[in-house]
Design a protein around this ligand. Structure first.
Ligand code: NAD
Length: 333
């Protein structure tokens, strides 16, 4: 048993959160993660409307009676979503756990807190973590440079970010970015995290809704197979290094730079979604963290979480024994 402040707060068995993932966080995956003892999160913006989110919440409840939550991410969008409408629909449906992420989350966090909800806020900088802590968030999900999607603009890796979080924050934090196996999971706990957030690892599970070709592509990839786009637009995103992503980077590097309009058609989420539907990894951009280099199988969520739970406990137990015996702590497995 890996009991931490996160497992106690959320009523889950293993301190692992399936982070919000556009087009991936749908009822089947969310329920599988929660059933397996972690926390599944429905991605609100994957649903076309607040009404559709209501239906997704109800569907998830038919699949699991365990706790699950809803992610709402506030970032630049081609069609700005009705964030308030999604938030209201989820609260009215009885959801009590939310993951917020992105820019200016204050109003959303206040709304959730005034409705008695637990809020995990994902951020990429200690200064942002401290300001959202003052807004009353319950858990900070601290996202290192390794992560898929939007890592912020500071380029601080998880090792330093987590140690800083442990020193600076009063609320529990979970480690996000670059975690896909027991070594990373145990390291996060050693750095003071109350748990981990995994995205790319859950994309590559049996219950994940993406095409089998993309799962196979993740298994075949190394840690060198992702790239940052939108760097010049200050909306950096780590995506899979495919033809479209490299074309976007080349346009951004042109003399004089690029405007969003120059790359809009290449990067649209609607096009990226087709990657997962068609199984063509070059059809559009798709999010992937450097944890792709750590993933070499497609387990069920239950197999994955049970394996992690066992191996993390072994690593922690091994460290305790070695430290007890010699005062040093090499990890040999
Ligand atoms: P979209 O089609 O609206 O945009 C595609 C990409 O372009 C996104 O990364 C977006 O941030 C970026 N973008 C849009 N307008 C921009 C602008 N004016 N300047 C710079 N960058 C811009 O995105 P989508 O795939 O339909 O997703 C909808 C929203 O959800 C976006 O805001 C996206 O960033 C966000 N998102 C959420 C998650 C999550 O885990 N919840 C993951 C990825 C993206």
């Amino acid at each position: 048993m890996l009991t931490t402040p996160l497992t106690k707060l959320l009523g889950i068995r293993i301190p692992a959160v399936q982070g919000g993932m556009q087009w991936v966080g749908v009822p089947k995956l969310v329920a599988a993660v929660s059933e397996a003892g972690g926390l599944g999160l429905l991605t609100a913006l994957t649903q076309p409307s607040p009404e559709a989110l209501r239906a997704a919440i109800r569907e998830t409840r038919t699949l699991t009676s365990k706790p699950f939550g809803v992610n709402i991410t506030l970032l630049p969008s081609i069609n700005p979503p009705d964030y308030e409408g999604y938030a209201r629909a989820a609260v009215e449906e009885g959801v009590r756990i939310f993951e917020t992420a992105g820019n200016n989350p204050g109003a959303l966090i206040k709304y959730f807190k005034s409705n008695g909800c637990i809020v995990l806020h994902k951020c990429t900088a200690i200064r942002h973590a401290k300001s959202t802590e003052r807004l009353g968030v319950d858990v900070i999900s601290i996202d290192g440079l390794e992560c898929a999607g939007h890592p912020g603009e500071d380029d601080i890796g998880g090792l330093v970010l987590m140690a800083r979080a442990a020193k600076e924050l009063k609320v529990p934090f979970i480690a996000s970015g670059g975690i896909a196996d027991a070594r990373g999971f145990a390291a996060a706990l050693a750095l003071g995290a109350a748990g981990v957030n995994m995205g790319t690892r859950f994309m590559c599970t049996v219950e994940s809704p993406i095409h089998r070709n993309i799962k196979d592509k993740i298994v075949a990839s190394t840690e060198r197979d992702t790239v940052h786009i939108f760097r010049t637009l200050h909306n950096t995103a780590r995506v899979y290094k495919n033809k479209v992503a490299l074309e976007v980077v080349a346009i951004e590097r042109r003399p004089g730079g690029a405007k969003f309009e120059d790359i809009k058609d290449l990067v649209s989420g609607a096009r990226g979604r087709k990657v997962y539907e068609l199984g063509d990894p070059d059809y559009g951009i798709w999010s992937a963290g450097i944890a792709v280099g750590l993933i070499d199988d497609i387990p069920t969520c239950k197999e994955l979480l049970e394996r992690l739970e066992k191996q993390v406990a072994e690593i922690i137990g091994g460290l305790t024994q070695v430290v007890g015996a010699s005062g040093s702590c090499p990890v040999s497995n």
